[in-house]
Design a protein around this ligand. Structure first.
Ligand code: G1P
Length: 198
């Protein structure tokens, strides 16, 4: 079905640097980046919808989600103008801003569909937040040169790099499984009673 290649980023120089490592495999084609610690509920066709938007408009499409004002400094924050039902056009984007600096509470989440021009933008990107080469900064450069869209996602997402979200994902997705779900739900209900959680 597919040929799988993998490449190690030998130094932790940032997400933008990690993406640039893949250029030899991607070549001059559009491609998707999926961050493993951003878990999108399997029933949500997020990446498929982003690919469709890319096919229609021929431009990069980044996944985004509203988060609380308090959480925005953990994400890329997007300033945008309306475009289509689920799409906005990115005017600027800033990585992990302070609450005061953040242009909005529309946060980048870990799915990206890029045109190959992102590699050129990455080459021009200097270290930013945390001293790392940030893909967000390259997106900001690209957005000044060609349209870049953000797809507003409203479904279920877990940040499994965060221990609490990791636990929530394990319980919710476990309880929904066809094989383990029925027994797990029975056990969970008993546990909630036994531990007097409600
Ligand atoms: C990365 C990106 C950030 C994005 C986030 C989504 O940050 O740099 O722009 O909002 O993923 O999860 P990280 O979570 O790796 O610090």
């Amino acid at each position: 079905m597919a040929e799988v290649h993998y490449i190690r980023q030998k130094e932790a120089l940032g997400l933008g640097h990690a993406v640039s490592m893949a250029q030899a495999h991607v070549g001059d084609e559009p491609f998707a980046v999926m961050l493993g610690d951003d878990l999108i509920h399997p029933s949500e066709p997020l990446l498929g919808q982003m690919l469709r938007a890319h096919d229609t408009f021929g431009r990069s499409v980044i996944a985004a989600m509203e988060v609380s004002r308090q959480d925005i400094s953990m994400y890329g924050s997007i300033q945008a103008e309306p475009f289509e039902e689920h799409l906005v056009r990115i005017l600027s984007i800033i990585e992990k801003p302070s609450r005061e600096e953040a242009p909005s509470n529309l946060a980048v989440i870990g799915r990206y569909v890029f045109t190959p021009e992102i590699f050129d933008a990455l080459r021009r990107t200097v270290p930013g937040s945390g001293g790392e080469i940030q893909v967000t900064d390259a997106i900001n450069l690209l957005a000044q040169e060609q349209a870049v869209y953000a797809y507003r996602f409203e479904g279920r997402r877990f940040d499994v790099g965060n221990p609490l979200d990791y636990l929530k994902a394990t319980v919710e997705l476990g309880a929904e499984r066809d094989d383990l779900g029925p027994e797990f739900r029975t056990w969970l209900a008993e546990y909630v009673q036994r531990a007097k959680l409600v």
